[in-house]
Write a protein of this length. Structure first.
Length: 421
């Protein structure tokens, strides 16, 4: 089935028989064949979907990579009619065509992408909250790897274009140099103009004093010692990536004092509920919502959608496990006290856990773990033609594991198992 607007085909639906195995995958293969065999037919097409009377998957033409094809969900689970009517409604199709398809340079070529359902919902909620005259905070809680960067960029773009925003200033804020560089590349890749880079504290101060209208990419650290009431406009919107670690302490105070009437929208995959100082992601950004957030997309939903792989694990023999008392004393209790959920901050705590690290790097324990890992690899991984990597507590531990895995006792039938360093 093909949907047309004024005679121009914009959406194609491939329907397959539900009795066939992997029917939706067959439908998507058919879409791929259309691209290869009759590319001229697919030139004006923007969207495609595939269904087998139960599921309903969608994507954007000229990009049929599996990770960019999403399931369309509806609260009436299992009802295809409800899914079709919600996806194919005229307003929804027009929103996809107008707002939720983007082009970006990736791997040195121009590629086409479409936002997933959780991204489109979050974008609309962020824009609505930013334009709400009575509320100035909001939190988007999306699990890692769910496309927060494109969600934030698209929200910024639509917010800047919104007439009600009245030519706003939008700060896109991160907290690390490499993230700043990546964000600038992403903005350039999707073709956004009117982007200023606040590469220093002086440049950030200059842009805000001069009342710059557009997008400003900056880092939280550049607000250090910023004067209060630097810009008191209310149509300043601060979109903060990795919000669980960005606005705590003095830097957050400088930011909010310098822009007292701005709206603050946080994006995070790992919010912090409690901290030793009474601050947390929900208290900072979710204080105006009953649930503590504007929108949530959990890791369980991501696994269900097939965008995150589930984690399977085996328990090691008891003699290799870390004693619970040691874990509690040097790690678990500290994490609970400080309310930390960020990997870098967790590693800082681990660096202070001297006895725990010494236990994990004990040479006898390393030998036992290496033998256990090698045995599991030879039995379960190598026969399937797969590879494996081993994660250790620090570089020295990696060296110990490499030596242990290369030891003669580990070799069988002339093969060697190598640890990843």
């Amino acid at each position: 089935m093909v949907f047309l607007i004024n005679g121009i085909p914009v959406l194609v639906i491939e329907c397959k028989n539900a009795t066939k195995d992997e029917a939706i995958a067959l439908g998507i293969d058919q879409i791929r064949r259309y691209h290869l065999e009759t590319p001229e037919v697919m030139v004006p097409e923007m969207l495609f979907t595939a269904t087998e009377a139960i599921g309903f998957s969608y994507g954007v033409t000229w990009n049929t990579v599996r990770r960019n094809i999403f399931r369309w969900k509806h609260e009436e689970a299992g009802r295809l009619e409800a899914k079709v009517k919600s996806f194919c409604s005229v307003p929804m199709v027009l929103r996809f065509l107008k707002d939720f398809i983007l082009f970006a340079e990736k791997e040195e070529e121009l590629q086409k992408f479409i936002l997933a359902q959780h991204q489109t919902a979050a974008v609309d909620l962020v824009v609505d909250r930013a334009l709400d005259a009575k509320r100035t905070r909001g939190l988007v809680w999306h699990t890692q790897g769910s496309g927060k960067t494109y969600t934030m960029i698209k929200a910024a773009e639509l917010l800047f274009k919104a007439p009600k925003a009245d030519k706003p200033t939008i700060l896109l804020m991160i907290d690390r140099n490499e993230l700043e560089d990546q964000l600038l590349k992403n903005l350039a890749a999707v073709g956004l103009s009117n982007v200023a880079h606040a590469y220093s504290m002086a440049e950030l101060t200059r842009l805000l004093k001069l009342d710059y209208r557009g997008l400003i990419v900056t880092m939280i650290h550049k607000f250090r010692d910023m004067p209060a009431n630097l810009n008191t406009r209310s149509n300043i919107f601060v979109l903060i990536d990795e919000a669980h670690r960005t606005t705590g302490g003095d830097l957050g105070n400088y930011l909010m004092a310098g822009l007292p009437n701005a709206s603050y929208l946080g994006f995070t995959g790992t919010p912090i509920d409690k901290t030793a100082y009474g601050r947390g992601t929900f208290k900072t950004f979710g204080c105006e919502d009953a649930k503590g957030y504007l929108h949530k997309y959990s890791i369980a939903e991501s696994i269900e959608d097939g965008t995150t792989l589930p984690l399977y694990y085996n328990l090691a023999p008891n003699e290799m496990l870390v004693p619970h008392e040691l874990m509690e004393r040097e790690f678990l209790s500290l994490v609970e006290t400080e309310g930390i959920a960020d990997i870098e901050e967790l590693n800082k705590i681990l660096d202070r856990a001297v006895n725990l690290k010494n236990f994990l790097k004990g040479r006898e324990r390393v030998k036992q773990v290496a033998a256990f890992v090698a045995g599991h690899y030879r039995t379960n991984v190598e026969p399937l033609g797969y590879k494996a990597f081993l994660v250790a507590v620090d570089r020295e531990a990696c060296t110990f594991y490499k030596e242990a895995l290369d030891a003669p006792a580990i070799r069988i039938l002339g093969h060697r198992v190598h640890g990843q360093q």
